[in-house]
Design a protein around this ligand. Sequence first.
Ligand code: HGY
Ligand code: MN
Ligand code: MN
Length: 571
Amino acid sequence: MAHTLAQLNAATPAEAQALLDGLYPHAPWVAAHAVQSRPFRSVADLRQRLRQAVDGASPDARLALVRAQAEMAQWPSGNAEQTLRLAQLKADYAARFGFPAVLALRGARGTPLDSSQLLDELSRRLDNPPDAEVEEALRHLHRNAELRLHDFFGEPALGNDIWDWQERLSTHSDPGYAEKGQLTVTYLTDAHRACAQRISHWMRECGFDEVAVDAVGNVVGRYRADRPGAPTLMTGSHYDTVRNGGKYDGRLGIFVPMACVRELHRQGRRLPFDLEVIGFAEEEGQRYRATFLGSGALIGDFKPEWLDQKDADGITMRDAMMHAGLCIDDIPKLRRDPARYLGFIEVHIEQGPVLYELGLPLGIVTSINGSVRYQAQIFGMACHAGTTPMDRRRDAAVAAAELALFVERRAARDADSVGTIGMLEVPSGSINVVPGECRFSLDLRAPSDPQRDSLVNDVLAELAAICQRRGLRYALEETMRAAAAPSDPVWQQRWERAVDALGVPVYRMPSGAGHDAMKLHEVMPQAMLFVRGQNAGISHNPRESTTSDDIQLAALAMQGLLDTLAIETTA
Ligand code: HGY
Ligand code: MN
Ligand code: MN
């Protein structure tokens, strides 16, 4: 097999096809089609051409491709029970779909999967509808081809290192979750402080000139320019997580630039601007209702009233900060002078299915949805579940349920709005008591502020109408309001050029999720790069995943952007 792209591009069509033989077993037509697109600009371009050869084929040809795959040979050996379960799953799979199971034999890091991982994957796939399973099998074929290309063009070393940082950082988790193997890192817990220490340590190892934990717990690394008085480019993301979250949300946006600095340092290179890489301490607002606290502090948007907020154990943020050794008086000093900054860029996993379904490793963010969040309570009357007739109740939970269905209908009406009741509880409820109170959250988002506000107004009007109709009271506390943040066109184009230079298709898309970039957006130009998520892009979930190959491409894209910016800045 070719060891260089040049050899592959210089070969005759027959030679080139022969060199690519085996990437898609029993389907030489895939390589034959792809080689017509030579010269390949990069390995990523080669991968996309192979994928496009399959995507462009007829449904029958695609199904035939899956059916042509032989029974997977090298299943890892498991114990007797696993072997039995595997045999049953393979039989069930073939009976349900009519073709043998195609699984990527190596995981997101390119390392072999063990029996239990493969069994879990196979049993999950059994639930797929047949048409969806053909697409999923094809994705695994593409992944196997990508893995085989490692053997010929080398491993994604940068991506592997970044993947490993994520893995090591995920060993720190809050009590009550760590014991269950779940990842939860909320603001200023011991696990959170350990993460700050690990990120600081790794930043120093990468060669940053300055590394410090600031007054709100952000980890700030600075890699100085080749000249004094140079402007600064800020990048980074958050290292806190949601409860039972994923390893990549936020953290990927810290480690990708860290790896870029490490490479610059190893090469003894400096840029004509300072690079400030920040691990923001608090974005998710889980322990305290203070979202974007870390990035907000840098734009002078730290709200002093947050200090008096109490967490579920009654600990105020002020006490948590003092306990962590943070100096509250220094918080106002964190405010950055935008005049000294070129802008803000952020790498983040997509946290959705778009790139996964399109088979693209990277996406260019065009705008970040605006959002509003509330904590709400509905008050009715607790009474006996057995003796109270249905028409004499003031049931707070049923009212909340009625609102939940309205939120779903109303958001769906806009097509690109979203509305979620993510938290819902009957405080001190009992099985035989009609709920006298119901507490719930509202998370309402849309690509533009007017669309978001129209959604919010309708939901709040409906809440009032439901309570009026049912004789209930309600209370609402707005806990977050973030404006929609369109990407700065110049910075968005910088990402586009960097992605295109890799031979990766440029795909523009909005962000349904909120990000630290929307805070920096308030004071400086910003733009984001998305990285494909595995497992249909699931996020805020332990199955959140991304491959070291895709991480590698994100790092190469950032390196490309930095190099181009360096030329622009000195021109
Ligand atoms: O909720 C969000 O959009 C982000 O993950 N904080
Ligand atoms: Mn998140
Ligand atoms: Mn995030």
